[in-house]
Design a protein around this ligand. Structure first.
Ligand code: DSN
Length: 430
C-alpha cells in the first residue's frame, strides 16, 4: 500500500467511507434535536467530551495504572488518567478513585469483587421498587454470584422503608449493604444506612449513578465519606461520557484497582477516560452547579404541573431529577403511556412502580427526568408547558388531531432550544 493509500484510508470522512452509518448518525442527531428527551438516565454530553471520546486515544493500549503499565508509549495517557483521577478527587472529595470501569454495572461488579466472595450475603434495594439489575437481580451476574436480599419502599407513601432495612440487616447480617436507585424520586438518607451497617458490622456501598451530577453540584447529600465504596456512571446527571467509576476509602483502593484490572477488564478505554477528565473539569465550575440547581427546580416545576394536570406521582412529588408517574388507577399501562408521549414528541421510558400489578414488560408507570432538557437550557416555564402536554396526552380520550397539536407544542420548545447547532453530521469531529 502506498503512503497515499494509507493516508486516504486514515483520513477519509465517514460520509465517504460508510454512508449508511453517516446517515444514521445524522438521523439520530436530528431525532435528539427534534424531540424532548426525558429519559431520566440520559443527558446531552458536551462537544468537548465527544471530541475526547472521538480522539486518537482510542488507538492506545494501557493495561495497568499510571506509571505501572504493561505497554510502552503510555507517557501521554498516564497524564490523561492522572488528570481524571485528581479532578474526580477534587470534585467528590474521595480518598481513592478508579476511573477505568467501562460502565456502571462493571463498576458495581468491581466493588463486589473487591470485598465479597461468591455466596456472600448482600442487602440492596429491590429492582421492582426502584433499584437496579446489578443490585442482585437473579438473572444478572450479581444475583447469580452473591446471596442478595432486597428491601423496598413503604406501601403507604412509597418512601424508602428504613425500618425494614434495619430489621432485615439485623436478621440477615449481610456482609455488604447497598443503597442507590434508578427510579426513586426522593433523597436517600445515606447517614441512616451507615448507622444500620455499623450496627450489624456490614460494609456500606452506594451506587450513585443517577444522582452523581446532583451530588457534584451540591444539591443532593453526598455519600462520599459516609459509604465505604461509592460507584457511579458518568453519563447520567453528571453529563459526561458513557462510562463508570469507583470511589472508596484509601485502604480499599488496591482491592478495587485489582478487581477492575486484571479482575474484570483488560485495556482501559483511554479515549473515554479523557472524556471523563473533561466532564470532571466541567463539573467543577459554578456553571455546572447552577445547572444542577436548575435540574431540581425544573423537576419540581414538572411535578407541580403534572399533579395540577391530574397525573398521580409515586410519593406525590420529587426531591431530585425525576418523577415516577403512577398509572395504576387508570386504564393506561406504562407501554401505552410511553407510546402516547412518543407520538407527542416526548421520549420517556415505561417503568414499574412499587407494588406494580402489571409485569415489567408492561408496567403501571413512567419515569420522567429533566437532566437532558436542563442541559439544553430549558427552565421552569418550559417544564410547566411540558407537564401540560404530558397531562393532556395521558387523558383517556385524545383524538389524533389533539395529539398532533401536542406534538406541535413540544416541537416549538425543541426548536427554541437548538441542540448541537454546529454538529449537523451528528459527530463532534469534522
Ligand atoms: N438503565 C439505566 C437507567 O435507565 O436507569 C441504569 O443502568
Amino acid at each position: 500500500m502506498s503512503f497515499a493509500d494509507a493516508s486516504s484510508y486514515l483520513s477519509r470522512d465517514i460520509s465517504e467511507v460508510d454512508p449508511d452509518i453517516a446517515r444514521l448518525l445524522r438521523a439520530e442527531g436530528a431525532r435528539q434535536a427534534e424531540t424532548l428527551e426525558m429519559i431520566a438516565s440520559e443527558n446531552f454530553t458536551s462537544r468537548a467530551v465527544m471530541q475526547a471520546v472521538g480522539s486518537v486515544l482510542t488507538n492506545k493500549y494501557a493495561e495497568g495504572l499510571p506509571h505501572r503499565r504493561y505497554y510502552g508509549g503510555c507517557e501521554v495517557v498516564d497524564e490523561v488518567e492522572e488528570l481524571a483521577i485528581s479532578r474526580a478527587k477534587e470534585l467528590f472529595g474521595c480518598e481513592h478513585v478508579n476511573v477505568q470501569p467501562h460502565s456502571g454495572a462493571t463498576a458495581n461488579e468491581a466493588a463486589y469483587q473487591a470485598v465479597l466472595a461468591p455466596g456472600d450475603r448482600v442487602l440492596a434495594m429491590a429492582l421492582a421498587h426502584g433499584g437496579h439489575l446489578s443490585h442482585g437481580l437473579k438473572v444478572n451476574f450479581s444475583g447469580r454470584l452473591y446471596d442478595f436480599h432486597h428491601y423496598g419502599v413503604r406501601r403507604g407513601d412509597c418512601y424508602l422503608d428504613m425500618d425494614q432495612v434495619e430489621q432485615m440487616a439485623r436478621e440477615l447480617r449481610p456482609k455488604l449493604i447497598v443503597a442507590g436507585a434508578s427510579a426513586y424520586p426522593r433523597i436517600i438518607d445515606f447517614a441512616a444506612f451507615r448507622q444500620i451497617a455499623d450496627a450489624v458490622g456490614a460494609l456500606f456501598m452506594v451506587d450513585m449513578a443517577h444522582i452523581s451530577g446532583l451530588v457534584a453540584g451540591g444539591v443532593h447529600p453526598s455519600p462520599v465519606g459516609i459509604a465505604d465504596i461509592v460507584t457511579s456512571t458518568l453519563h447520567k446527571s453528571l453529563g459526561g461520557p458513557r462510562a463508570g467509576m469507583v470511589m472508596c476509602r484509601e485502604d480499599l483502593g488496591s482491592a478495587i484497582d485489582r478487581a477492575v484490572f486484571p479482575g474484570l477488564q483488560g485495556g482501559p478505554l483511554m479515549h473515554v477516560i479523557a472524556g471523563k477528565a473533561v466532564a470532571f473539569s466541567c463539573a467543577l465550575t459554578e456553571e455546572f452547579r447552577a445547572r444542577q440547581r436548575q435540574v431540581i427546580a425544573n423537576t419540581a416545576a414538572l411535578a407541580n404541573g403534572l399533579v395540577a394536570g391530574g397525573v398521580a406521582l409515586v410519593t406525590g412529588g420529587t426531591d431530585n431529577h425525576l418523577v415516577l408517574v403512577d398509572l395504576s388507577a387508570t386504564d393506561l399501562t406504562g407501554v401505552d403511556a410511553e407510546a402516547r408521549l412518543d407520538r407527542a414528541g416526548i421520549t420517556v421510558n415505561k417503568n414499574g412502580i412499587p407494588f406494580d400489578e402489571r409485569p415489567p414488560t408492561v408496567t403501571s408507570g413512567l419515569r420522567i427526568g429533566t437532566p437532558a432538557l436542563t442541559t439544553r437550557g430549558l427552565k421552569e416555564a418550559e417544564m410547566t408547558e411540558i407537564a401540560a402536554i404530558i397531562s393532556a396526552a395521558l387523558r383517556p380520550e385524545i383524538s389524533d388531531d389533539e395529539m398532533s397539536g401536542l406534538r406541535t407544542r413540544a416541537q416549538a420548545i425543541s426548536h427554541a432550544f437548538p441542540l448541537y447547532p454546529t454538529l449537523t453530521s451528528g459527530t463532534a469531529i469534522g
